[in-house]
Design a protein around this ligand. Sequence first.
Ligand SMILES: [Cu+2]
Length: 117
Amino acid sequence: MRRRYFIALLAAGSAAGGVARLAADAPAEVEVIAEKFDFTPDTVKAKVGKPLTFVVTSIDRVHGFKMPDFGVRTDIVPGAETRVTITPTRPGTFAFFCDVFCGDGHEEMGGTLVVEA
Ligand SMILES: [Cu+2]
């Protein structure tokens, strides 16, 4: 029972979904998959002062990846890996979202970066 729960946590930390967990000392990287009309995972954790690279791929069409609080935006083109690195300077909750119109659910296509001290 306990072991099963642990495995479920590991799976949730991968690109499969849920909250991405970051190793303490390794350079932080998180894989994010974009598709109509979701980012997976849609909640990502980071630490103040520690660089974090989003490695974003699209599995259907062109999407956008925008984080206004970090002055970042880029297109996400299917078949290519798009890397965006940010370094949080304060704790808080920050939005990322698609800014390329991709259909009727586009306005809901977003996620949250949770930065801890
Ligand atoms: Cu979109």
